[in-house]
Design a protein around this ligand. Structure first.
Ligand code: ZN
Ligand code: ZN
Length: 369
Protein backbone atom coordinates (compact mmCIF):
# COMPACT_ATOMS: atom_id res chain seq x y z
CA UNK A 1 0.00 0.00 0.00
CA UNK A 2 1.03 3.64 -0.29
CA UNK A 3 2.02 5.53 2.84
CA UNK A 4 3.76 8.78 3.67
CA UNK A 5 6.72 7.88 5.85
CA UNK A 6 8.49 10.32 8.16
CA UNK A 7 12.20 9.71 7.51
CA UNK A 8 13.72 12.59 9.49
CA UNK A 9 13.25 16.29 10.21
CA UNK A 10 11.01 17.79 7.49
CA UNK A 11 11.44 14.64 5.42
CA UNK A 12 8.13 13.00 4.42
CA UNK A 13 8.27 10.44 1.62
CA UNK A 14 5.60 8.59 -0.30
CA UNK A 15 6.60 4.93 -0.10
CA UNK A 16 5.17 1.48 -0.65
CA UNK A 17 4.86 -0.44 2.61
CA UNK A 18 3.09 -3.70 3.53
CA UNK A 19 -0.59 -3.52 4.47
CA UNK A 20 -0.55 -3.98 8.28
CA UNK A 21 -1.31 -7.48 9.53
CA UNK A 22 -3.95 -7.68 12.22
CA UNK A 23 -4.48 -10.10 15.09
CA UNK A 24 -7.55 -11.18 17.04
CA UNK A 25 -9.73 -8.30 18.34
CA UNK A 26 -8.04 -5.86 15.97
CA UNK A 27 -9.40 -3.91 13.02
CA UNK A 28 -8.05 -3.12 9.60
CA UNK A 29 -9.46 0.22 8.47
CA UNK A 30 -9.23 1.62 4.96
CA UNK A 31 -8.45 5.29 5.52
CA UNK A 32 -10.69 7.80 3.77
CA UNK A 33 -9.62 11.08 5.36
CA UNK A 34 -7.01 12.19 7.86
CA UNK A 35 -6.76 15.70 9.29
CA UNK A 36 -3.45 17.55 9.53
CA UNK A 37 -2.82 18.34 13.19
CA UNK A 38 -0.31 20.79 14.73
CA UNK A 39 0.98 18.15 17.17
CA UNK A 40 2.17 15.99 14.25
CA UNK A 41 3.59 19.03 12.47
CA UNK A 42 5.68 19.80 15.55
CA UNK A 43 7.12 16.28 15.54
CA UNK A 44 7.92 16.54 11.82
CA UNK A 45 9.61 19.96 12.14
CA UNK A 46 11.51 19.42 15.34
CA UNK A 47 12.24 15.70 15.10
CA UNK A 48 11.00 15.13 18.65
CA UNK A 49 10.48 11.41 17.95
CA UNK A 50 12.85 9.10 16.03
CA UNK A 51 12.00 8.06 12.43
CA UNK A 52 10.69 6.08 10.65
CA UNK A 53 7.03 6.64 11.49
CA UNK A 54 3.73 7.12 9.73
CA UNK A 55 1.86 10.03 11.28
CA UNK A 56 -1.75 11.16 11.01
CA UNK A 57 -4.21 10.63 13.84
CA UNK A 58 -7.43 12.44 12.92
CA UNK A 59 -8.56 9.44 10.94
CA UNK A 60 -11.86 8.28 9.46
CA UNK A 61 -12.42 5.32 7.17
CA UNK A 62 -14.13 1.98 6.66
CA UNK A 63 -13.58 -1.26 8.53
CA UNK A 64 -12.46 -3.78 5.89
CA UNK A 65 -11.32 -6.65 8.10
CA UNK A 66 -11.69 -7.86 11.68
CA UNK A 67 -8.99 -10.00 13.27
CA UNK A 68 -9.57 -13.70 13.81
CA UNK A 69 -11.59 -14.06 10.60
CA UNK A 70 -14.78 -12.63 12.11
CA UNK A 71 -17.11 -10.24 10.34
CA UNK A 72 -18.19 -8.50 13.51
CA UNK A 73 -16.74 -7.63 16.88
CA UNK A 74 -18.75 -6.90 19.99
CA UNK A 75 -16.96 -4.89 22.67
CA UNK A 76 -18.12 -3.42 25.93
CA UNK A 77 -18.60 -0.10 24.17
CA UNK A 78 -20.00 -0.97 20.76
CA UNK A 79 -20.52 -3.61 18.14
CA UNK A 80 -18.50 -3.19 15.00
CA UNK A 81 -18.68 -4.96 11.69
CA UNK A 82 -16.94 -5.03 8.34
CA UNK A 83 -18.23 -2.18 6.22
CA UNK A 84 -18.85 0.23 9.11
CA UNK A 85 -17.75 3.81 8.49
CA UNK A 86 -15.84 4.91 11.55
CA UNK A 87 -13.86 7.69 13.20
CA UNK A 88 -10.84 6.58 15.23
CA UNK A 89 -9.12 7.78 18.39
CA UNK A 90 -5.45 6.84 18.64
CA UNK A 91 -5.32 7.45 22.40
CA UNK A 92 -7.68 5.87 24.93
CA UNK A 93 -7.18 6.01 28.71
CA UNK A 94 -7.33 2.99 31.02
CA UNK A 95 -9.99 4.72 33.22
CA UNK A 96 -8.50 2.96 36.23
CA UNK A 97 -5.11 4.42 37.17
CA UNK A 98 -4.26 7.25 39.56
CA UNK A 99 -4.48 9.87 36.78
CA UNK A 100 -7.70 8.52 35.33
CA UNK A 101 -9.31 8.59 38.77
CA UNK A 102 -8.37 12.28 38.84
CA UNK A 103 -9.88 12.76 35.39
CA UNK A 104 -6.40 13.62 34.04
CA UNK A 105 -6.58 11.24 31.09
CA UNK A 106 -3.77 12.85 29.10
CA UNK A 107 -1.35 11.87 31.89
CA UNK A 108 -2.41 8.17 31.95
CA UNK A 109 0.31 5.74 30.80
CA UNK A 110 -2.17 3.75 28.67
CA UNK A 111 -3.42 6.96 27.10
CA UNK A 112 0.11 7.94 26.13
CA UNK A 113 0.46 4.74 24.08
CA UNK A 114 -0.62 5.08 20.47
CA UNK A 115 -2.99 2.32 19.42
CA UNK A 116 -3.23 2.91 15.68
CA UNK A 117 -0.48 2.14 13.20
CA UNK A 118 0.24 1.74 9.51
CA UNK A 119 3.64 0.22 10.25
CA UNK A 120 6.83 1.05 12.22
CA UNK A 121 6.48 2.48 15.75
CA UNK A 122 2.75 3.27 16.14
CA UNK A 123 2.21 6.98 15.38
CA UNK A 124 -1.37 7.20 14.12
CA UNK A 125 -0.81 5.93 10.60
CA UNK A 126 -3.53 8.06 8.99
CA UNK A 127 -1.24 9.13 6.15
CA UNK A 128 -1.49 5.63 4.69
CA UNK A 129 -4.10 3.61 2.83
CA UNK A 130 -4.77 1.20 5.70
CA UNK A 131 -4.35 1.30 9.47
CA UNK A 132 -4.34 -1.37 12.11
CA UNK A 133 -6.45 -0.56 15.19
CA UNK A 134 -5.15 -2.26 18.33
CA UNK A 135 -7.55 -3.70 20.93
CA UNK A 136 -6.88 -1.10 23.63
CA UNK A 137 -8.16 1.77 21.46
CA UNK A 138 -11.33 -0.05 20.33
CA UNK A 139 -13.40 1.92 22.88
CA UNK A 140 -12.39 5.01 20.87
CA UNK A 141 -13.97 3.79 17.62
CA UNK A 142 -17.09 5.83 16.78
CA UNK A 143 -19.51 4.96 13.98
CA UNK A 144 -20.22 7.74 11.49
CA UNK A 145 -23.95 8.09 10.67
CA UNK A 146 -24.90 7.57 7.02
CA UNK A 147 -25.78 11.26 6.56
CA UNK A 148 -22.37 12.47 7.74
CA UNK A 149 -19.10 12.61 5.84
CA UNK A 150 -15.74 11.04 6.62
CA UNK A 151 -14.39 14.56 7.01
CA UNK A 152 -16.86 15.22 9.82
CA UNK A 153 -15.72 11.96 11.42
CA UNK A 154 -12.09 13.06 11.20
CA UNK A 155 -12.96 16.23 13.13
CA UNK A 156 -14.17 14.43 16.28
CA UNK A 157 -10.72 14.31 17.85
CA UNK A 158 -9.92 18.03 17.49
CA UNK A 159 -13.44 19.01 18.58
CA UNK A 160 -13.03 16.82 21.65
CA UNK A 161 -9.83 18.63 22.66
CA UNK A 162 -11.66 21.95 22.39
CA UNK A 163 -14.73 20.85 24.34
CA UNK A 164 -12.50 19.38 27.05
CA UNK A 165 -10.73 22.73 27.43
CA UNK A 166 -14.04 24.62 27.57
CA UNK A 167 -15.24 22.34 30.39
CA UNK A 168 -12.09 23.10 32.36
CA UNK A 169 -13.12 26.75 32.48
CA UNK A 170 -16.38 26.02 34.35
CA UNK A 171 -18.09 29.02 32.78
CA UNK A 172 -21.59 30.26 33.40
CA UNK A 173 -24.11 31.34 30.79
CA UNK A 174 -23.65 35.03 30.06
CA UNK A 175 -19.92 35.02 30.86
CA UNK A 176 -17.53 36.87 28.59
CA UNK A 177 -14.49 35.10 27.18
CA UNK A 178 -11.52 36.28 25.15
CA UNK A 179 -10.41 33.80 22.48
CA UNK A 180 -6.96 34.70 21.14
CA UNK A 181 -6.34 33.15 17.74
CA UNK A 182 -9.04 32.32 15.19
CA UNK A 183 -7.47 29.47 13.28
CA UNK A 184 -9.52 26.28 13.01
CA UNK A 185 -9.10 25.56 16.72
CA UNK A 186 -9.88 29.13 17.82
CA UNK A 187 -12.98 29.17 15.62
CA UNK A 188 -14.17 25.92 17.21
CA UNK A 189 -13.72 27.52 20.63
CA UNK A 190 -15.70 30.56 19.51
CA UNK A 191 -18.51 28.41 18.14
CA UNK A 192 -18.75 26.04 21.11
CA UNK A 193 -18.72 28.92 23.60
CA UNK A 194 -21.42 30.75 21.68
CA UNK A 195 -23.57 27.59 21.69
CA UNK A 196 -23.27 27.62 25.48
CA UNK A 197 -24.55 31.18 25.76
CA UNK A 198 -21.15 32.75 26.34
CA UNK A 199 -20.11 36.06 24.82
CA UNK A 200 -16.87 35.77 22.86
CA UNK A 201 -14.42 38.51 21.98
CA UNK A 202 -12.23 37.00 19.28
CA UNK A 203 -8.82 38.25 18.24
CA UNK A 204 -6.47 37.37 15.41
CA UNK A 205 -3.72 39.01 13.38
CA UNK A 206 -5.61 38.40 10.13
CA UNK A 207 -8.64 40.52 9.27
CA UNK A 208 -10.14 37.68 7.22
CA UNK A 209 -10.22 35.51 10.34
CA UNK A 210 -12.16 38.17 12.23
CA UNK A 211 -14.93 38.00 9.66
CA UNK A 212 -15.03 34.24 10.10
CA UNK A 213 -15.06 34.60 13.88
CA UNK A 214 -18.24 36.67 13.57
CA UNK A 215 -19.78 33.96 11.39
CA UNK A 216 -18.84 31.37 13.98
CA UNK A 217 -20.60 33.29 16.70
CA UNK A 218 -18.17 35.84 18.12
CA UNK A 219 -19.88 38.79 19.79
CA UNK A 220 -16.98 41.02 18.81
CA UNK A 221 -13.86 40.43 16.76
CA UNK A 222 -10.82 42.72 16.81
CA UNK A 223 -7.28 42.65 15.50
CA UNK A 224 -4.95 41.25 18.17
CA UNK A 225 -2.77 44.36 18.18
CA UNK A 226 -5.79 46.58 18.79
CA UNK A 227 -7.10 44.73 21.81
CA UNK A 228 -5.23 46.96 24.25
CA UNK A 229 -6.79 50.08 22.76
CA UNK A 230 -10.28 48.67 23.30
CA UNK A 231 -9.94 46.97 26.65
CA UNK A 232 -8.22 48.70 29.54
CA UNK A 233 -10.19 47.24 32.39
CA UNK A 234 -10.26 43.57 33.31
CA UNK A 235 -13.49 42.50 31.66
CA UNK A 236 -13.25 38.81 30.88
CA UNK A 237 -14.28 35.83 32.95
CA UNK A 238 -11.76 33.75 31.08
CA UNK A 239 -9.30 33.86 28.20
CA UNK A 240 -8.31 31.05 25.86
CA UNK A 241 -4.91 31.34 24.24
CA UNK A 242 -5.11 29.36 21.01
CA UNK A 243 -1.86 30.79 19.66
CA UNK A 244 1.65 30.06 20.96
CA UNK A 245 2.21 33.69 21.98
CA UNK A 246 3.63 34.57 25.40
CA UNK A 247 2.60 38.21 24.98
CA UNK A 248 -1.00 37.08 24.56
CA UNK A 249 -0.79 35.28 27.91
CA UNK A 250 0.54 38.36 29.69
CA UNK A 251 -2.19 40.51 28.19
CA UNK A 252 -4.89 37.96 28.99
CA UNK A 253 -3.79 37.77 32.63
CA UNK A 254 -4.31 41.51 32.85
CA UNK A 255 -7.65 41.43 31.09
CA UNK A 256 -9.41 38.67 33.02
CA UNK A 257 -11.35 39.65 36.11
CA UNK A 258 -10.30 38.59 39.58
CA UNK A 259 -10.82 34.80 39.94
CA UNK A 260 -10.83 34.54 36.14
CA UNK A 261 -9.03 31.80 34.26
CA UNK A 262 -6.45 31.94 31.51
CA UNK A 263 -6.23 28.70 29.57
CA UNK A 264 -3.20 27.77 27.47
CA UNK A 265 -4.05 25.60 24.49
CA UNK A 266 -1.18 26.17 22.06
CA UNK A 267 1.90 26.34 24.30
CA UNK A 268 3.09 22.82 23.51
CA UNK A 269 6.77 23.53 22.86
CA UNK A 270 8.90 23.10 25.96
CA UNK A 271 11.50 25.68 26.96
CA UNK A 272 14.61 24.23 28.44
CA UNK A 273 14.89 25.28 32.08
CA UNK A 274 18.47 25.05 33.26
CA UNK A 275 19.75 25.20 36.79
CA UNK A 276 21.81 28.25 37.72
CA UNK A 277 24.89 26.06 38.09
CA UNK A 278 24.72 24.81 34.55
CA UNK A 279 24.04 28.36 33.35
CA UNK A 280 27.30 29.50 34.91
CA UNK A 281 29.13 26.53 33.42
CA UNK A 282 27.67 27.25 29.98
CA UNK A 283 28.53 30.90 30.19
CA UNK A 284 32.13 30.28 31.20
CA UNK A 285 32.49 27.76 28.38
CA UNK A 286 31.30 30.39 25.91
CA UNK A 287 27.94 28.76 25.15
CA UNK A 288 24.93 30.98 24.79
CA UNK A 289 22.55 29.93 27.55
CA UNK A 290 18.91 29.47 26.65
CA UNK A 291 16.92 31.35 29.22
CA UNK A 292 13.29 31.46 30.11
CA UNK A 293 12.22 34.97 29.33
CA UNK A 294 8.64 34.82 30.49
CA UNK A 295 7.82 36.86 33.55
CA UNK A 296 4.71 36.33 35.56
CA UNK A 297 3.32 38.60 38.26
CA UNK A 298 2.62 35.91 40.84
CA UNK A 299 0.42 38.29 42.82
CA UNK A 300 -2.10 38.10 39.99
CA UNK A 301 -2.45 34.42 40.87
CA UNK A 302 -2.38 34.85 44.64
CA UNK A 303 -4.03 38.20 45.32
CA UNK A 304 -6.35 38.35 42.33
CA UNK A 305 -7.01 34.61 42.43
CA UNK A 306 -6.54 34.28 38.71
CA UNK A 307 -5.91 30.75 37.48
CA UNK A 308 -3.39 29.94 34.78
CA UNK A 309 -4.36 26.53 33.48
CA UNK A 310 -3.64 24.29 30.53
CA UNK A 311 -5.53 21.71 28.56
CA UNK A 312 -4.03 19.09 26.31
CA UNK A 313 -5.51 16.37 24.18
CA UNK A 314 -8.94 14.81 24.45
CA UNK A 315 -11.28 13.55 27.18
CA UNK A 316 -12.56 10.05 26.49
CA UNK A 317 -15.67 10.57 28.59
CA UNK A 318 -16.80 13.38 26.26
CA UNK A 319 -16.76 11.19 23.18
CA UNK A 320 -20.54 10.73 22.93
CA UNK A 321 -21.25 14.40 23.54
CA UNK A 322 -18.71 15.35 20.86
CA UNK A 323 -20.19 12.88 18.35
CA UNK A 324 -23.67 14.31 18.98
CA UNK A 325 -22.44 17.89 18.62
CA UNK A 326 -20.64 17.24 15.33
CA UNK A 327 -22.98 14.71 13.68
CA UNK A 328 -26.11 16.73 14.51
CA UNK A 329 -24.27 19.70 12.92
CA UNK A 330 -25.13 21.91 15.87
CA UNK A 331 -21.41 22.48 15.59
CA UNK A 332 -21.03 22.38 11.82
CA UNK A 333 -17.38 21.59 11.18
CA UNK A 334 -17.74 21.47 7.39
CA UNK A 335 -16.98 25.17 6.75
CA UNK A 336 -13.74 24.75 8.72
CA UNK A 337 -12.21 22.42 6.12
CA UNK A 338 -10.76 24.59 3.39
CA UNK A 339 -8.06 22.47 1.75
CA UNK A 340 -7.87 18.84 0.69
CA UNK A 341 -4.71 17.17 -0.54
CA UNK A 342 -4.23 13.69 -2.03
CA UNK A 343 -2.02 11.29 -0.06
CA UNK A 344 0.92 11.83 -2.42
CA UNK A 345 0.89 15.54 -1.49
CA UNK A 346 0.84 15.13 2.29
CA UNK A 347 4.09 17.12 2.58
CA UNK A 348 2.38 20.07 0.84
CA UNK A 349 -0.59 19.72 3.20
CA UNK A 350 1.76 19.90 6.19
CA UNK A 351 3.57 22.89 4.66
CA UNK A 352 0.31 24.80 4.23
CA UNK A 353 -0.80 23.97 7.77
CA UNK A 354 2.56 25.26 9.00
CA UNK A 355 2.23 28.54 7.11
CA UNK A 356 -1.51 29.23 6.99
CA UNK A 357 -2.78 31.73 4.46
CA UNK A 358 -5.69 34.16 4.66
CA UNK A 359 -7.93 31.50 3.16
CA UNK A 360 -6.68 28.33 4.84
CA UNK A 361 -8.25 26.78 7.93
CA UNK A 362 -8.39 23.05 8.56
CA UNK A 363 -6.42 21.00 6.07
CA UNK A 364 -7.09 17.33 5.44
CA UNK A 365 -5.49 14.55 3.46
CA UNK A 366 -7.94 12.70 1.25
CA UNK A 367 -6.45 9.24 1.27
CA UNK A 368 -9.17 7.57 -0.74
CA UNK A 369 -12.23 9.23 -2.20
ZN1 ZN B 1 -4.87 16.16 16.59
ZN1 ZN C 1 -5.28 5.58 33.30
Amino acid sequence: MRAVVYRGVNDLRLETVPVPRIGAHELLVKVAVCGVCPTDIKKIHFGTVPPPRIFGHETAGTIVKIGGGNSSLVTRHSSLKVGDRVALHHHVPCLDCHYCRHHAFAQCETYKRTGITAGFEPAGGGYAEYVRVLPFVLPGVVKIPAKNTFEEGAMLEPVNTVLKAVKRLELLRGDTVLVAGQGPIGLMFTNILQLQGIKVLATDLLASRLKLAKKFGAHRAVLANQLSTINHQPAFDAAIIAVPSDAAVTQALQLVRGAGKVLLFAHTKRTEVRSQKSEVRKRSSGHQPSTLNYQLDLASICLDEKDLIGSYSSDFTLQREVARLVFSRRLDVRPLITHRFPLAETAAAVALATHPTESSLKIVVNVSG
